[in-house]
Ligand binder design. Structure first.
Ligand SMILES: Cc1cc2nc3c(=O)[nH]c(=O)nc-3n(C[C@H](O)[C@H](O)[C@H](O)COP(=O)(O)OP(=O)(O)OC[C@H]3O[C@@H](n4cnc5c(N)ncnc54)[C@H](O)[C@@H]3O)c2cc1C
Length: 468
């Protein structure tokens, strides 16, 4: 018996050599040249030291990694794009199943579907589908991983028109805790398919996703900015507009300090402002009329809405949030924005603690509401927004300040929320919060978990406990 890591876990050297030999991809350990880079997560606040990082290149690699972890009693973290705020794509002293090398995408333009391997980011997917004038709903930052975003639900620019990302998931290929590869769809393992659509990485390692695609090529999109003095009026208009607007209009609203870059007029630099980012997917010739209320109701200080390829909108803000910032975020689902909630929002908007800190309200109405909340694990379909409050800064010295702003802000607004929050916008906040998010779907999730993962092998996630 030889100790091969710094994790106090003992792994037989021969077992490790055999595992390394069996893997097509790299196996990275503490001490290896690539280790420090390989263990880094998107959120620099996360500082975990896995015993092993298995860069999986195939389903066989995933199966071998899970088998090795099981044989050696190692905790397993599943990593897609590594964007999870709580850092659930890595684990101290355990094994990371890093899917990043699995990047194959095949688009069937006739059937309007795409099969996407689990290591892809949304930039990869958008690039592949845009070539055919097609797209599927995802998020608003293109460097985010397909895996984590999809399994938590997934909302973004196409959500009012075409639903959550999971509403467009047709099939998942999954390696289960016992090493079996299965398909999950409406036809096969339907209970697993139900649970995967919102239940996160609790049920197995998804190695490939098949999505439904929609005709989306050039959109009319971009930001509008208003001074904070107008924010109350803007929010009072927006809360009604986004409920009634055609589903071809998506607009998420927030507060931000305007970065001092050429893209924005100099007089707006470093101003704390209210903003919305729009995406119109209807006929181009009708865009101006459709978006007129955005321009005319409370005339913005900047109206940056224009025709652009859909992937350009998807990537438009990647530069604002590069990898390596410190992130602390808190989430809630929100039904209404009464005047008192708006007042509280404004109190915290005036105190945005750092250049990157922000609050976003993402609409999840429109097509999302046409799916019953019991039809997939994602429960909060009867709300208007997914709200996230994020304290962000590059400097660890500012983390406490940014975090306490986010926590205080969340506490002030939580009484106006629907109860739970989006799992993909949560830190590790305990079982009560996870259950609040799934509401009465939790019990069914727990039964599906007991069937597919009775020992809770996959527990590095927003954990659903297997039913007794
Ligand atoms: C800048 C930024 C912008 C964002 N914008 C949006 C947005 O617009 N809309 C939105 O919906 N979300 C958004 N998110 C949240 C995002 O959905 C989550 O952070 C998500 O966890 C990221 O997925 P990932 O694969 O990159 O994460 P990872 O850290 O790699 O994985 C997170 C977790 O997902 C699970 N997982 C990942 N891949 C698999 C797989 N193949 N099989 C099984 N389990 C898996 C695991 O449990 C893992 O712990 C954003 C996040 C960031 C940081």
């Amino acid at each position: 018996m030889t100790t091969v890591d710094e994790a106090q876990k003992t792994v037989t050297a021969s077992g490790l050599f055999a595992f390394r030999d069996a893997l097509q991809g790299e196996l990275i350990q503490p001490g290896d040249d690539q280790y420090e880079e390989a263990r880094r997560m998107y959120n620099a606040m996360i500082d975990r030291r896995p015993a092993l990082i298995a860069r999986c290149e195939s389903v066989d690699d995933v199966v071998a990694a899970l088998e090795f972890a099981r044989a050696n009693g190692l905790d397993v973290a599943i990593r897609g794009g590594g964007h999870n705020g709580a850092g659930l794509g890595t684990v101290d002293n355990g094994l990371v199943v890093d899917l990043a090398p699995m990047k194959e995408i095949s688009v069937d333009p006739e059937a309007r579907t795409a099969r996407v391997e689990a290591g892809c980011t949304w930039a990869d997917v958008d690039g592949a589908t845009h070539a055919f004038g097609l797209a599927t709903p995802s998020g608003i930052i293109s460097t985010t991983g397909v895996g984590g975003l999809t399994l938590g639900g997934g909302h973004g620019y196409l959500t009012r028109a075409y639903g959550l990302t999971i509403d467009n998931l047709l099939e998942a290929e999954v390696v289960l805790a016992d090493g079996r590869l299965v398909k999950a769809s409406d036809e096969e393992n339907a209970d697993l398919f139900w649970a995967l659509r919102g239940g996160g990485g609790n049920f197995g390692v998804v190695t490939a996703f098949t999505f439904r695609l929609h005709p989306v090529h050039t959109v009319v999109g971009g930001p509008t900015l208003w001074p904070l003095e107008q924010a109350k009026e803007v929010m009072q208009w927006y809360r009604g507009f986004i409920k009634e607007a055609p589903e071809t209009i998506y607009g998420w609203l927030g507060f931000h300090t305007i970065p001092p870059v050429e893209l924005f007029p100099e007089e707006l630099h470093m101003q704390k402002m209210c903003f919305a980012v729009w995406c119109y997917t209807g006929p181009q010739e009708e865009a101006e009329a459709a978006l007129r209320p955005v321009r005319d109701t409370v005339p913005p200080a900047l109206f940056g809405v224009q025709p652009m390829p859909y992937p350009a909108l998807q990537q438009a803000f990647d530069w604002v949030y590069p990898r390596g910032l410190q992130w602390y975020w808190k989430a809630d689902f929100v039904r209404q924005l009464p005047d008192e909630a708006i007042e509280r929002h404004l109190q915290f908007a005036r105190r945005l603690p750092t250049l990157h800190s922000t609050m976003h309200l993402y609409p999840i109405n429109g097509a999302v509401h046409r799916v019953d909340r019991r039809d997939t694990a994602f429960s909060y379909r009867d709300v208007t927004w997914s709200q996230v409050i994020v304290g962000v800064d590059p400097d660890p010295a500012n983390v406490d300040r940014a975090k306490s702003w986010a926590v205080d802000y969340w506490e002030a607004l939580h009484p106006f929320s629907a109860g739970g929050g989006y799992v993909n916008f949560m830190m590790e906040e305990g079982q009560e919060r996870v259950q609040a998010t799934y509401r009465d779907n939790y019990e069914r999730l727990s039964r599906v978990k007991a069937h597919y993962d009775p020992e809770n092998f996959f527990h590095v996630n927003q954990n659903i406990r297997p039913a007794a």
